[in-house]
Design a protein around this ligand. Structure first.
Ligand SMILES: [Zn+2]
Length: 262
């Protein structure tokens, strides 16, 4: 009986041991607590994203060209507004202008800069005279039509032919930068005819070429850009703001070329 009892106890112990072993071997217990299952998040937080480990050369650096060469300006800045045969001003365009010297008018936002530049030229010993600055559409139309009539007078030309000739001398209404109010034709007297080659080397114009950028101005129609701008006028200075003026002067580019970079 005692032997039987011992056998039963041994049997029970073996059964318990077997149950214990089999329960430790069950799949739920074998799996590590953090091991992913099908229902887990497909990218566990503990797994580093593969993309961030891309090789250094695959990380695109900002293109040095863009950051290096473009000044901190936008083509939509009021002072960079482009007016030419392609970018034509509406006849209703009317900037806010104020009176400046020589009975002329200039954009109110830049008139101080113009005066500052001209005063500096005077301080450097030059006589300064604004021959033309802001021109409303009607004045430009009057000038253009007058020149076309003059060309046509006494010839067999049609008006269209005369206007085509006039366009080589006077900007067609809407295409003149003078309508913007941001440019001035500057000379050292009120009277002499303005012939580009003859006045190119006037000491005043040379001084202005060298100093205008620090006041935010550029020589808008230099001879070497005539193919782009359509004009050669060594007296015509345009306000573009200091950043753009310095950049354009440093790089030797005209406004059309600057705008084309944006
Ligand atoms: Zn001009």
């Amino acid at each position: 009986m005692v032997k039987n009892k011992k056998s039963i106890i041994l049997l029970v112990l073996m059964v318990v041991l077997l149950v214990l072993i089999s329960s430790r071997m069950s799949p739920q217990q074998v799996r590590r607590p953090n091991a992913p299952t099908v229902t887990d998040d497909p990218i566990p937080e503990t797994m580093p994203p593969v993309e961030t480990e891309a090789p250094a050369e695959a990380t695109p650096e900002p293109t040095p060209y863009i950051t290096e060469i473009l000044p901190n300006v936008s083509r939509n800045d009021w002072n960079l507004k482009l007016v030419n045969n392609t970018y034509v001003l509406a006849y209703t365009f009317a900037p806010d202008v104020v009176a400046v010297r020589d009975d002329q008018y200039f954009d109110a936002r830049a008139a101080d800069k113009l005066e500052e530049m001209l005063s500096a030229a005077e301080a450097a010993g030059y006589t300064v005279c604004i021959r033309a600055a802001y021109r409303p559409f009607s004045t430009q139309a009057y000038l253009f039509n007058g020149r076309a009539s003059q060309i046509q007078w006494g010839t067999t030309m049609t008006l269209l032919e005369a206007e085509a000739e006039a366009r080589k001398i006077v900007a067609y209404p809407g295409t003149s930068e003078h309508q913007l109010g941001l440019c001035a034709d500057i000379m050292d007297n009120k009277d002499t005819t303005m012939k580009a080659e003859e006045v190119e080397n006037l000491p005043l114009l040379k001084w202005l070429r060298e100093h205008c950028a620090q006041y935010g101005f550029v020589l808008r129609y230099p001879k070497d850009k005539q193919e782009i701008t359509g004009w050669y006028e060594p007296w015509h200075f345009r306000y573009v703001g200091e950043d753009a003026a310095k950049y354009m002067t440093d790089k030797g580019i005209c406004l059309e070329e600057l705008i084309a970079m944006f």
